[in-house]
Ligand binder design. Sequence first.
Ligand SMILES: CC(C)(COP(=O)(O)OP(=O)(O)OC[C@H]1O[C@@H](n2cnc3c(N)ncnc32)[C@H](O)[C@@H]1OP(=O)(O)O)[C@@H](O)C(=O)NCCC(=O)NCCS
Length: 187
Amino acid sequence: MTPKPVSHSRTTLTELMIPSYANFGGRVHGGILLSLMDKVAYACSAKHAGQYCVTVSVDGVNFRQPVDVGELVSLMASVNYVGRTSLVVGIKVIAENVKSGTVKHTNTSYFTMVAKDDADQPTEVPPLLLETPDDVRRFLEAIKRKELRASFGEHFDNAKTRMLLAENIGKLSSERCQITDELRAQL
Ligand SMILES: CC(C)(COP(=O)(O)OP(=O)(O)OC[C@H]1O[C@@H](n2cnc3c(N)ncnc32)[C@H](O)[C@@H]1OP(=O)(O)O)[C@@H](O)C(=O)NCCC(=O)NCCS
């Protein structure tokens, strides 16, 4: 397969935050931003793959700042990494107040997408042509995140398997929870 450059699929989605996107606090629902991120991840990955793509996992969704109604939100997406059938799309989200000119960086997140063929099976995607030092850095960072996620998953699974309630219950004494007397007697 011929490698495709990052620039081939780079995608920006800009949307005005309208009043119906607001939560009860008058700010934009996190779910609205997640939905927009999913859309731009789809557009970017499908352009690179030349196939229909599905979302498999999402990393790094930490909203650092609230987004207000009336702001213009832009989601800048590019393919950071490709495996055999999967792609990682990095998305930088900014919110702009057009009157004051202030721009907030709300989050940068990473969507792992998988390309599917007409039989709904994962299908190979073109390699990524890296043309700039940033392309190389993002590709390497994606490999690092993949390794960290694999190691975290393994440790977490082991920790869960070994988690004995009676041995660990003391850890809850400094937490903001309360165990009923009936439950405590059973543990
Ligand atoms: C994603 C999916 C195709 C993986 O199926 P599978 O039988 O595990 O297929 P494979 O083992 O061949 O994995 C395919 C690719 O997905 C990657 N993958 C699978 N699970 C993953 C996960 N949790 N996180 C990151 N990558 C994952 C694999 O590493 C592989 O990548 P590679 O080909 O680049 O090496 C399947 O789980 C699926 O269809 N999920 C539903 C996705 C969907 O519908 N999303 C929309 C939600 S409504």
